[in-house]
Design a protein around this ligand. Structure first.
Ligand SMILES: Nc1ncnc2c1ncn2[C@@H]1O[C@H](COP(=O)(O)OP(=O)(O)OP(=O)(O)O)[C@@H](O)[C@H]1O
Length: 244
């Protein structure tokens, strides 16, 4: 089953085509790695999937309701300087379905506490976001998507500037969300993380997309540079239009 499909998608930025003839299905309950060199078009594709960028041609078919779609940008892109506690942030996860003005019920608060316990941040509930470490902040942000009951989750380098223990916790939570049927797409640059976490790979290169498996990608990388720790090093040639 796939609730997110790309059909001959063409995307442009500033009048310049960035990606074209992009096809494929993201499987429900699977975690897909989105990889590619800087400027390959990863953020552009994410913007299109989130409905923030209209395609030049083709389409994104997404059956996940808007209130169940969540997008977690790179931490650096987030302004977390405004006064808000960890608990308050997590509770905002109810906004897309419940509205921002209705206030929260006892059930919401109970779920919020369960989520913080699961993420190991209960003792930080009343801490301001600006006073958190990178790992603590990322746990809180993932907590918000759990509160939202996100069924489509896009994450841009979620493990950057995050401690090893937090990486383990977050990977476990993401795997659980996928097991519950969520479609998860994660921009990654780290091969080890990719092989631990993901089921599928969508590689962007040369304006095209190519689907692969983590195993095939790792085999290819091992042949190119033994013990290569980081992506991107070299990618298999992306097929040209019509040959995919
Ligand atoms: N608003 C914009 N106007 C014009 N060009 C843009 C705009 N945003 C991005 N681009 C260009 O589109 C191309 C794809 O950018 P995109 O941010 O999607 O790549 P990326 O794969 O996410 O890169 P990175 O790994 O560096 O985040 C780049 O050449 C970039 O310079």
């Amino acid at each position: 089953m796939s609730r997110l499909q790309l059909h001959d998608l063409q995307l442009a930025r500033g009048g310049q085509t960035i990606l074209e003839h992009l096809d494929g299905r993201f499987q429900d309950g699977a975690i897909t790695a989105l990889i590619g060199a800087n400027g390959a078009g990863k953020s552009t594709l994410i913007a299109a999937i989130m409905g923030m960028l209209a395609p030049v041609a083709g389409r994104v078919a997404c059956q996940v309701p808007k209130e169940r779609r969540a997008w977690l940008p790179q931490q650096l892109a987030l302004d977390l300087g405004f006064p808000m506690s960890v608990e308050e942030l997590i509770m905002t996860g109810t906004w897309p379905s419940h509205g921002a003005l209705k206030g929260y019920g006892a059930d919401h608060y109970r779920r919020g506490r369960e989520i913080m316990a699961r993420l190991g941040i209960s003792d930080l509930a009343h801490r301001q976001l600006g006073e958190l470490s990178g790992g603590q902040r990322q746990r809180a942000l993932i907590g918000r998507t759990l509160m939202q009951e996100a069924e489509l989750l896009l994450l841009d380098e979620p493990f950057a500037n995050v401690d090893i223990e937090t990486v383990d916790v977050l990977m476990e939570v993401l795997r659980d969300m996928a097991r519950d049927g969520a479609t998860i797409i994660v921009v990654l640059h780290d091969l080890e993380q990719l092989s631990r976490l993901t089921d599928d790979v969508l590689l962007l290169a040369g304006g095209h997309g190519r689907w692969s498996s983590p195993e095939a990608l790792l085999d290819h990388q091992a042949g190119v540079v033994p013990r290569a720790p980081r992506l991107p090093l070299s990618f298999p040639e992306a097929p040209h239009a019509g040959t995919a």
